[in-house]
Design a protein around this ligand. Structure first.
Ligand code: 3PG
Length: 208
């Protein structure tokens, strides 16, 4: 199993984290790992993101930290330099595809249509993020893609929570789902690590 494949199968849910304060990173990651969720995507949507990745990579045993919201080749370089083990994008561009082929960092590119998924598969990327999952047709869309594109495996993300994750996880081409519901900003700001650990533990039970 390749690294990306093992990251996508290590737990049913990959938390998508928007972190405002890098000082929260280590406790946040420890709570997720303690709850049984080791693979964590830290999105590049805040200035704290790369510091958070660095801290988790250096200090949290058992965490597999990745960088999300990768939109340009430099983001891949920054992710690798910070110690990320994988990178995730909401879509894919020719520039990013070329950069990812040159990079040692495993990359999960995003697709929301059959054509996008086929283009990525042509380039050898058979593990893809299906985004924005709910808006792009949800679990029924993924089931429809499975017939013609059986080699592709998805991490579905966007609009997924505890209420609908099982529908996705019951779909044969879904390796895992991603979502922000395990790390709500309210709980992070209040440093409610026990509550985040409980959300993580509940997420480990979601596989159909
Ligand atoms: C992502 O980047 O994967 C999504 O923004 C996460 O979507 P969610 O906030 O609806 O879980």
């Amino acid at each position: 199993m390749g690294l990306l494949e093992s990251v996508l199968h290590v737990a049913p849910v990959m938390p998508v984290v928007v972190i405002e304060d890098a000082r929260h990173a280590v406790s946040l990651a420890r709570a997720l790992v303690a709850g049984g969720i080791p693979a964590i995507e830290i999105t590049l949507r805040t200035r704290a993101a790369l510091d958070a990745v660095r801290a988790i990579a250096n200090e949290v045993d058992g965490a597999i930290v990745g960088v999300g919201t990768v939109r340009k080749p430099q983001d891949l370089k920054d992710a690798e330099a910070a110690g990320a083990r994988f990178a995730v994008s909401p879509g894919a561009t020719p520039n990013l595809i070329a950069a990812a082929k040159d990079s040692a960092l495993p990359w999960l590119p995003g697709a929301g249509t059959a054509s996008e998924a086929m283009t990525l598969s042509e380039h050898g990327f058979i593990f893809q993020k299906f985004f924005p999952a709910e808006a792009a047709g949800g679990a029924p869309a993924l089931r429809s893609l499975h017939g013609p594109l059986p080699e592709i495996r998805f991490c579905a993300t966007g609009g997924i929570g505890a209420h609908n994750a099982r529908d996705y996880l019951a779909t044969p081409n879904v390796a895992c789902v991603g979502g922000s519901w395990l790390t709500p900003s309210r709980l992070v700001a209040a440093e409610e690590w026990g509550a985040i650990e409980a959300l993580a533990r509940a997420a480990t039970l979601l596989r159909a």
